[in-house]
Design a binder for this molecule. Structure first.
Ligand SMILES: Nc1ncnc2c1ncn2[C@@H]1O[C@H](COP(=O)(O)OP(=O)(O)O)[C@@H](O)[C@H]1O
Ligand SMILES: [Mg+2]
Length: 380
């Protein structure tokens, strides 16, 4: 499968694992199994055995779980703790009731499945949490944050393929009117066979509800116009974040170390791996919003000419994890401190939101709350 002009994405559009909604209740086997009525009640966390922690994000926990017998499927469960969901991220839906926007968007996306976007199978709730049930991507899978840390010599073919798939995912989202608003390495997972998925719709929004005045996402990936307090439409900022991501995948460090650098510093590339990749980074990290390419233009970039996504260029994740465990810290190809700390700066919803009486949007850095200041990299 060789395509140019971003059309390789189109091939990906079918939902290879999109089993679709699974709200139906299955009856237990009628063979005297003591769990036989476990599935007859409303779905709850009791239907599952939790196997392991998969990640701890800003808002809750993500676990690998397995349906108790007689079902046996393994699923990923993201716990979204109700009392940590911000007021402005609930949405009222005639059919679904009042639910977190994250779930609303994931549910909307079930009608537009994409190979590079996580698939929500179902969701349910109890008094404390919502639970988002997802297909595991790779067993084990690994997120791109860890992969960048552990993978020593990523070839240009490999990082081009990873990034192209992210761009396909973002292109699809934008084409159906959704902006992700938290594109970064932690929110991308790999299956070990070279296939990636974009996850974490906890900051996502519908384009039609913009322009947005509240900062969401992660400072390192935030576009300068957002940090300067301007209202924004979302797509352009996803492209900026994807530019930061591309730089981070290639160079294993952030292009800018603090807000001041994001707003003012000249972009410097430590080396030029290829002219084409360097050009694309420079185009995406353009501070002039209207000169920044759209995601469709990114997909049409010459760097992706003749890209072949069928070539398996994954790295066995069992081996990668094992070598990391044996050789710590030697296996780490880059100290985490170079790229900031996982999760520490994630999802600072509203953190830059100006208080009542202030102009719409943040007056950065004047309105920076102390909670956020603490999380920023050293600006000295
Ligand atoms: N479907 C999934 N498959 C594998 N790992 C996942 C999946 N969903 C989440 N994770 C892991 O859990 C972490 C946190 O999930 P995420 O949805 O990003 O939560 P948060 O909103 O708290 O950041 C991710 O960085 C990833 O490591
Ligand atoms: Mg996340």
């Amino acid at each position: 499968m060789t395509r140019t002009d971003g059309r390789a994405c189109q091939e990906n559009r079918a939902a290879e694992d999109g089993e679709g909604p699974r709200h139906e209740k299955r009856k237990a086997d009628a063979d005297g199994n003591k769990d036989e009525d476990v599935y007859t009640k409303k779905k709850s966390i009791d239907w599952f055995s939790v196997l392991e922690d998969m990640g701890q994000g800003a808002y809750g926990q993500v676990k690998l779980a397995q349906y108790q017998t007689p079902r046996t499927e393994k699923v990923v469960l993201k716990y979204v703790t109700k009392n940590r969901i911000l007021v402005d991220t609930w949405i009222r839906d005639r059919r679904l009731g009042t639910i977190p926007l994250e779930i609303h968007v994931l549910n909307y996306l079930r009608a537009y499945p994409h190979k590079n976007i996580v698939n929500m199978l179902d969701f349910f709730e109890d008094e404390v949490n919502y639970y988002i049930e997802m297909t595991p991507h790779g067993l084990p899978g690994m997120d791109l944050f860890d992969y960048i840390e552990l993978r020593a010599d990523m070839s240009e073919t490999e990082f081009r393929s990873i990034f192209y798939q992210v761009a396909c995912a973002v292109g699809h989202l934008h084409s159906v009117g959704v902006v992700h608003r938290d594109i970064k390495d932690e929110n991308i997972i790999l299956d070990g066979y070279g296939n990636i998925k974009l996850i974490d719709f906890g900051s996502a929004a519908y384009v039609k509800n913009g322009p947005f005045t509240v900062f969401v996402g992660t400072i390192d990936y935030a576009a300068p116009e957002v940090l300067s307090g301007k209202s924004y439409l979302g797509k352009e900022q996803d492209v900026w974040a994807a530019g930061i991501l591309l730089y981070t995948i290639i160079y294993k460090e952030n292009p800018f170390y603090d807000v001041n650098e994001i707003m003012n510093n000249e972009l410097r590339l430590p080396s030029v791996v290829s002219e084409a990749s360097a050009d694309l980074i420079r185009r995406m990290l353009n501070r002039e919003i209207d000169q920044r390419p759209t995601i469709e233009q990114v997909l049409d970039d010459p760097w992706f000419k003749n890209i072949d996504l069928s070539a398996s260029i994954g790295q066995d994740l069992h081996t990668l994890r094992a070598s990391a465990a044996e050789n710590q810290p030697k296996a780490l190809s880059v100290p985490a401190s170079r790229r900031g700390t996982r999760g520490a700066r994630s999802r600072m919803h509203s953190a830059l939101h100006a208080g009542p009486g202030s102009p719409r949007g943040a007056q950065f850095p004047m309105d920076l709350p102390t909670s956020l200041t603490k999380l920023l990299p050293d600006q000295s």
